[in-house]
Design a protein around this ligand. Structure first.
Ligand code: NAX
Ligand code: K
Length: 239
């Protein structure tokens, strides 16, 4: 199977992976190689914040869920606030209901005084919206307050930047059975997801520090595409 559907500006092919393959990459990285989830999430949040700042935004609203995607969004909120971007976080649940890494990230932004509230939100009035509601962990049509957050992205004039995949999009198939975010840019982590194939906006690859041995162990073709950068724009190859 010809797997690469992307290449870098320098012409290097970049393999696209399904949600299950990316889950395996995460599992091997953490369980076999010893990379911490919070380490990867820190890189995700930092690089996402860097992409948001590159748009010149003075203000940002981060829409976040409770999984790894939301945790990356909350880490991004911290990096933005550290650089005096006016940040607000809107969650798909009460802050006290967050769990795991997302709860850990929330504790820090809360201590910093970053405003955090539960949605639903109207269309955010700000410069940039970070869509970190759901990533490759989507199951079925987006429900509940997460659905309100996804729909709010459709009514805003702000530049919407999605983390990993647009929330509501199946990361493997690119299909959606409910509302889906239509972003201005996707910052996808480690490798592009096969479901991004039909997404009609620029896709940028962010380095989260996964070493080559992880891909080798899984037989995923991989040449490190980052060189001196942590964010690399991808071009579609047209298969
Ligand atoms: N190594 C990596 O690849 C890393 C991945 N990270 C991020 O973590 C994501 C994967 O994390 P998870 O596996 O926790 O999954 P996600 O964060 O993608 O999704 C899980 C969350 O979505 C909610 N959800 C799922 N389907 C829903 C629906 N239909 N309606 C409403 N809510 C729904 C779940 O309740 C849960 O809160 C990736 O997409 C990526 O963005 C980062 O945290 C950094 C590390
Ligand atoms: K997302």
């Amino acid at each position: 199977m010809e797997r690469a559907v992307y290449r870098t500006a320098g012409g290097m092919p970049v393999t696209a992976v399904t949600a299950d393959e990316m889950r395996e990459v995460d599992r091997v990285a953490t369980e076999e190689v010893g990379l911490g989830l919070l380490q990867m999430m820190e890189n995700a949040g930092r690089n996402l914040a860097s992409a948001v700042r590159a748009t010149g935004a003075d203000g940002a609203v981060v829409l976040a869920g409770d999984g790894g995607n939301g945790g990356g969004g909350l880490a991004c909120a911290r990096h933005l606030a550290n650089r005096d971007v006016a940040v607000e976080v809107v969650l798909d649940r009460p802050p006290a209901a967050l769990d795991g890494a997302a709860a850990r990230q929330h504790r820090v932004v809360d201590a910093m005084g970053v405003p955090v509230r539960e949605g639903p939100a109207g269309p955010p009035e700000t410069d940039a919206v970070v869509d970190a509601v759901i990533g490759y962990g989507l199951s079925g049509a987006v429900r509940g307050i997460a659905r309100d957050l996804v729909e709010a992205c459709g009514g805003t004039d702000a530049r919407v930047v999605s983390l990993d995949v647009p929330s509501g999009l199946d990361a493997t198939t690119g299909e959606s059975t409910g509302p889906v975010v239509d972003p201005a840019e996707v910052i996808t982590l480690a490798l592009p997801k096969t479901g991004l194939r039909g997404v009609d906006c620029p896709v940028t690859l962010a380095d989260i520090g996964i070493p080559r041995t992880v891909y080798r162990r899984l037989d995923v073709p991989y040449d490190p595409p980052f060189d001196d950068a942590y964010l690399v724009p991808l071009e579609r190859t047209g298969e």
